[in-house]
Design a binder for this molecule. Structure first.
Ligand code: ADP
Ligand code: MG
Length: 330
């Protein structure tokens, strides 16, 4: 446990490793032990259920048997699938939990260091699409057409929303949680000031920011090309797949950050916008008035929705800030 005395008030950092990342809880108040334990247990439990890397997880079992028989899942996983289908519809299919077959294909391609063939991609695409997931009564789920599920783009958001619930139940009202690039802010900092959340600089090392947002209780979720990527034949490819083409997303977006009190929504939408590529993403943000986002492009531009623009401070003047309501992106 790491404690530091700041402005005569104790801040405590508690950390754990899970969900393939380091997770940090920063509490600006005492009596957080029980809360941390509950959150810790919840994260471990959800990882056991949702991980596609664990053969005994609920999702791995669903992927193995779900095409043949209805599989009963727990209420949390059932609700997560329900939300995923909702966000898939909202994002016009760009967020897609049936992406697993395509992920497997690209993983294999990476291992062989050889691009998949057109036929292989077309075949994997025929096994994808939310219409292949059926929610039945009694928490049962059936998969059609050999579809397989992957919650990599939404699990952290879902977990973050549950952590907020745990915090509310336990009376925690001044804390911040970092789930590996997925930030949850709770209440105000030391109950008085807004939180400053940095947007990472796309061309510099981890500690550098291109700007920061000043926010109250919310969540800040980023999908970025520099976070996780792979290479085939020396070509850099994104870990986010465009479900319309079956290919990794274009590289014109360096990072996309969505701010919303609903972390699950923010997680799904940030991935969907990344998968769309720059033009479509900006048009989509403009058409849906409900998304608050910061899009950092590979060409030193920052597209930002008007409400967030008021809360944003630029730290690198070589970037141009553009309000999404003031441009037409053709
Ligand atoms: P991160 O894992 O960096 O937080 P994301 O939330 O954007 O990033 O999720 C990326 C993961 O989601 C990928 O590793 C993969 O498992 C899955 N995925 C990739 N493309 C899509 C997509 N279009 N829709 C839903 N999930 C996706
Ligand atoms: Mg996501």
């Amino acid at each position: 446990m790491d404690t530091a005395l700041i402005s005569n008030e104790i801040k405590t950092i508690k950390s754990m490793s899970a969900l393939s990342t380091d997770i940090h809880f920063v509490f600006y108040q005492p009596n957080f032990e029980c809360t941390f334990d509950r959150a810790h247990n919840f994260i471990s439990d959800m990882e056991n259920k949702l991980s596609v890397f664990r053969p005994k997880s609920m999702v791995s079992k669903l992927n193995r048997y779900g095409s043949y028989i209805p599989v009963k899942v727990c209420p949390d996983v059932y609700n997560l699938i329900k939300k995923s289908l909702e966000y898939s519809k909202f994002s016009e299919g760009y967020f897609d939990i049936t992406i697993k077959r395509l992920m497997d294909l690209w993983k294999e391609a990476k291992q062989k260091n050889q691009m998949p063939s057109k036929e292989e991609i077309e075949l994997a695409l025929t096994f994808s699409g939310s219409e292949n997931v059926q929610l039945l009564q009694n928490y049962k789920v059936k998969l059609k057409n050999k579809a397989k599920l992957d919650f990599g783009a939404i699990a952290k958001g879902f977990i973050a929303d549950k952590i907020r619930e745990i915090f509310e139940q336990e009376g925690i009202n001044s804390a911040i949680v970092d789930l590996g690039g997925h930030i949850l802010t709770v209440g105000k900092k030391r109950n008085e000031s807004l939180w400053k959340v940095g947007i990472r600089h796309p061309f510099k090392t981890r500690e550098n920011i291109v700007g920061f947002l000043e926010l109250g209780s919310t969540s800040v979720v980023t999908s970025a090309s520099y976070e996780r990527y792979f290479t085939i034949d020396a070509k850099t490819l994104s870990h986010i797949i465009n479900p319309k083409t079956g290919f990794p997303a274009e590289d014109d977006i360096a990072s996309i950050t969505v701010v919303d009190t609903n972390s699950t929504f923010a997680d799904a939408v940030s991935t969907a916008l990344f998968a769309m590529g720059l033009k479509k993403a900006i048009n989509f943000i403009q058409s849906k008035k409900t998304i608050e986002a910061v899009v950092v492009t590979s060409f030193r531009e920052i597209y930002i929705t008007p409400a967030l623009a008021q809360r944003f401070t630029l730290c690198d003047s070589s970037f141009r800030v553009i309000k999404t309501n003031e441009v037409i992106v053709l």
